[in-house]
Design a binder for this molecule. Structure first.
Ligand SMILES: O=C(O)c1ccccc1N[C@@H]1O[C@H](COP(=O)(O)O)[C@@H](O)[C@H]1O
Length: 210
């Protein structure tokens, strides 16, 4: 199972989390987020990480120019589109960066809000399901209604996100079989300041089922 820890802002914490066994680290490229890190800072952190860990830039309703700007500086391996990007925009991103993993996030609150996902099949590599919040785009700590996903069988690999913690991860994975999990606020002391003991606890708990 892939384990992505998102909202990395400090090199030492990124290194520690990778050493604990996370397979992917996420960097928030959304300026209004308290976890925002600019491209130079992301690259400084990336240079200290093992090359085996996936490095995902998280964008929300950014322009192609802005994404290209970050990719020109930071050696990311994937792009997470966490806003309201339509399929056509995802296709453009995929065409510009064919060698990168394109992850499209959907903020869901009803079974009906899963319907548009089928329109993205050709344009992306991986799906991510996050909880819907009326004011915030992500990093909300809000959980999805997991029961709503019991018949969710997408064509692509998918990450479960939204309010996951070391304490609720086994319950979430009891009923669902995502290809990966993605955590941010559930493993931090304050926005962008990751709590290494909580990440350790998460990975310990996961080892009980892997
Ligand atoms: O974390 C942020 O600040 C953020 C800002 C804008 C878009 C996405 C963001 N984070 C994503 O939110 C989910 C889940 O977060 P949480 O575990 O509920 O705190 C995760 O996919 C992050 O990539």
């Amino acid at each position: 199972m892939r384990v992505k820890i998102c909202g990395i802002t400090q090199a030492q914490q990124g290194q520690a989390i990778a050493a604990l066994g996370a397979t992917a680290l996420g960097f928030i490229c959304v300026e209004r987020s308290p976890r925002y890190v600019d491209a130079q800072h992301i690259q400084q952190i990336i240079q200290t990480l093992p090359t085996t860990v996936d490095r995902i830039g998280v964008f929300a309703n950014a322009s192609l120019t802005d994404i290209e700007g970050v990719l020109g500086i930071a050696q990311l391996t994937g792009i997470q589109l966490h806003g309201d990007e339509p399929p056509e925009f995802c296709a453009q991103v995929k065409q510009l960066f064919p060698h990168l993993e394109i992850i499209k996030a959907f903020r869901v609150n009803t079974v009906e809000s899963l319907s548009p996902i089928s329109e993205y099949v050709e344009m992306i590599d991986t799906l991510l399901l996050d909880a819907y919040h009326p004011q915030q785009l992500g990093g909300t700590g809000k959980t999805l209604n997991w029961d709503m996903l019991d018949k969710f069988r997408p064509a692509q690999p998918w990450f479960l996100a939204g309010g996951l913690t070391a304490d609720n991860i086994l319950q979430a994975l009891d009923s669902l079989t995502p290809d990966g999990i993605d955590l941010s606020s559930g493993v931090e002391r304050s926005p962008g300041d990751k709590d290494i003991p909580k990440v350790t606890q998460l990975l310990n708990n996961l080892s009980k089922i892997n």
